[in-house]
Ligand binder design. Structure first.
Ligand code: AKB
Length: 332
């Protein structure tokens, strides 16, 4: 008999750290962790197995099908928005072809098991693009189905993979005689995430967490965005909570494949002020980089997450005050 497990790709990344810790604490699932980087030593004992490898390695994924009965896939591996602009084609391969490999694995697993495997996919505010600052300010909270013309490779990849997930769930091989529901794809569009444990790499919302981590380490930080630049943020425990809530939601309650979630919206100067409240000696200046600034300007100032609240009972536990005082500062 194969073991029933949860597969987490990108396990050593920001969300992976929080998710593995929570799943291990819950004790309901054995975790198979996959990452191109080696896994943090603290996480290894929490997983049934860690595999160091690439989601583009189809032989490796094939061997997983042989050995394990995968009930849920958290596909977290991706190249983030800033890094992706340095080599868009490579980013496309990892973000899109990698996701396609995982979707194929999910289909194969679902067919073996005779029930749809859950495929949980984190998307991003990068899927949106507001055409200019006036529109961004006027629009405020953005709903899931508006402003979907991303300007970054990462945003394009995320949006397309959302469509792939919808296709694999609702229309996969629709002309085949044996057409059945293949997989159960569920997607969350996250705002900028802030972790106390890991330092982000390669994102464009990173200026927020970078201000905090630099101040905590007594290092100066020149922010690459303007003081008035505003996007929504969320502390990592809420990001993990939303993934687990969406995973547990009864299928019939889910009216959509893709849901926004959010917690608080801050301008860069407000973010700095929160950091300075707890690290008053922090040295944070503003030296905007025009091109990275333009990416952040194209992202929504806030998200409308009413569909997630209605369909699967989403609400954040950590507002900005609680994020800093009870999660970020004590753990950093
Ligand atoms: C990035 O900045 O690329 C990510 C994101 C907003 O998805 N943090």
């Amino acid at each position: 008999m194969r073991k029933e497990v949860v597969l987490i790709t990108g396990a050593n990344g920001e969300i992976g750290h929080g998710l593995i810790t929570h799943l291990a604490a819950q004790g309901n699932y054995e975790v198979i962790a996959l990452d191109v980087q080696t896994l943090d030593d603290a996480l290894k004992p929490l997983c049934l197995k860690f595999i160091q490898g690439d989601i583009l390695d189809t032989m490796l994924l094939g061997r997983l099908v042989v050995e394990y009965e995968i009930r849920t896939i958290y596909h977290l591996a991706s190249i983030l928005s800033t890094k992706a602009e340095y080599n868009p084609e490579t980013a496309h391969r990892i973000n899109v072809e990698g996701t396609l490999n995982l979707l194929r694995l999910a289909v194969e697993q679902s067919q073996w098991q005779g029930r749809p495997v859950k495929f949980i996919y984190p998307s991003s505010i990068a899927a949106y693009r507001l055409p200019n600052l006036e529109t961004k300010i006027a629009v405020g909270k953005v709903k899931e189905y508006n402003w979907l013309e991303p300007s970054t490779m990462y945003g394009c990849n995320k949006l397309y993979c959302e469509h792939l997930g919808r296709y694999y769930t609702r229309h996969y091989r629709q002309l085949a005689a044996d057409h059945t529901t293949a997989i159960d794809f569920r997607c969350i569009r996250f705002p900028g995430l802030i972790s106390a444990v890991t330092i982000p790499t390669g994102g464009t919302s990173d200026y927020g967490p970078e201000m905090l981590h630099h101040a905590a380490q007594d290092k100066p930080y020149p922010s690459f965005v303007r003081q008035d630049c505003r996007i929504p943020f969320m502390a990592m425990p809420d990001a993990v909570k939303s993934l687990l809530l969406l995973t547990a939601a009864p299928r019939q309650n889910l009216k959509h494949v893709v849901y926004n979630v959010t917690s608080f919206s801050l301008s860069a100067i407000e973010f700095r002020d929160w950091v300075l409240k707890y690290f008053p000696n922090g040295n944070i200046s503003f030296e905007p980089d025009e091109k990275r600034q333009a990416i952040v300007d194209s992202w929504p100032a806030d998200l409308d997450d009413s569909a997630a609240r209605r369909d699967w009972g989403w609400s954040p536990d950590y507002d900005v005050e609680r994020s800093f005082s009870e999660y970020l500062v004590p753990n950093i």
